[in-house]
Ligand binder design. Structure first.
Ligand code: ZN
Length: 127
C-alpha cells in the first residue's frame, strides 16, 4: 500500500517546537482540517498531570508545557487528541490512523523517554 499523506503547509514534525499559544492553536486548526476533525473549542493552559485532554463535548485542552517541547512531540499530541474526536479509544482503528498520519510513530525520545512519566499520552492519566 502506497498511501501518500500530504502534510499541512505548517507541518512541524522534525522542527523546533512552536513556542507561543497562537502558533500552537493555529497548528491544531490546520491539523483538524487535515484529519476532518471538528473540535468545539481549543484551549492551551496549565495542566498538572496530563499533556492534553479531550472532553466528550469536543473541547481539546493542551498543557502549556507543550510549548517547550520539540515539534515532533507537539505534533504527536495534537494529532492524538484530534483523532479522539473521531475515535474515542486507543483501539486498533485509532492506532491505524495514528500510523497513517504520523508514520514515524510515537516520538518518545527527546520528549518523555520515561514511559512511566505521568505526562505520557498512554499513561492512566491521559484522556
Ligand atoms: Zn488518547
Amino acid at each position: 500500500m502506497n498511501t501518500q499523506i500530504v502534510l499541512p503547509a505548517n507541518a512541524i514534525a522534525g522542527k523546533a517546537g512552536l513556542s507561543n499559544k497562537a502558533d500552537f492553536k493555529e497548528s491544531v486548526h490546520n491539523w483538524a482540517q487535515t484529519l476532518s476533525a471538528k473540535p468545539f473549542q481549543i484551549r492551551v493552559q496549565q495542566m498538572k498531570r496530563k499533556w492534553a485532554s479531550c472532553s466528550s463535548r469536543g473541547t481539546l485542552t493542551f498543557n502549556e508545557d507543550l510549548l517547550a517541547q520539540n515539534g515532533s512531540f507537539q505534533e504527536y499530541v495534537i494529532v492524538h487528541e484530534l483523532l479522539h474526536l473521531r475515535v474515542p479509544n486507543h483501539g486498533k482503528l485509532f492506532r491505524s490512523l495514528m500510523a497513517l498520519y504520523l508514520p514515524d510513530g510515537e516520538p518518545i525520545e527527546g520528549a518523555n523517554p520515561d514511559k512511566q512519566n505521568p505526562y505520557s499520552p498512554y499513561s492512566p492519566n491521559h484522556e
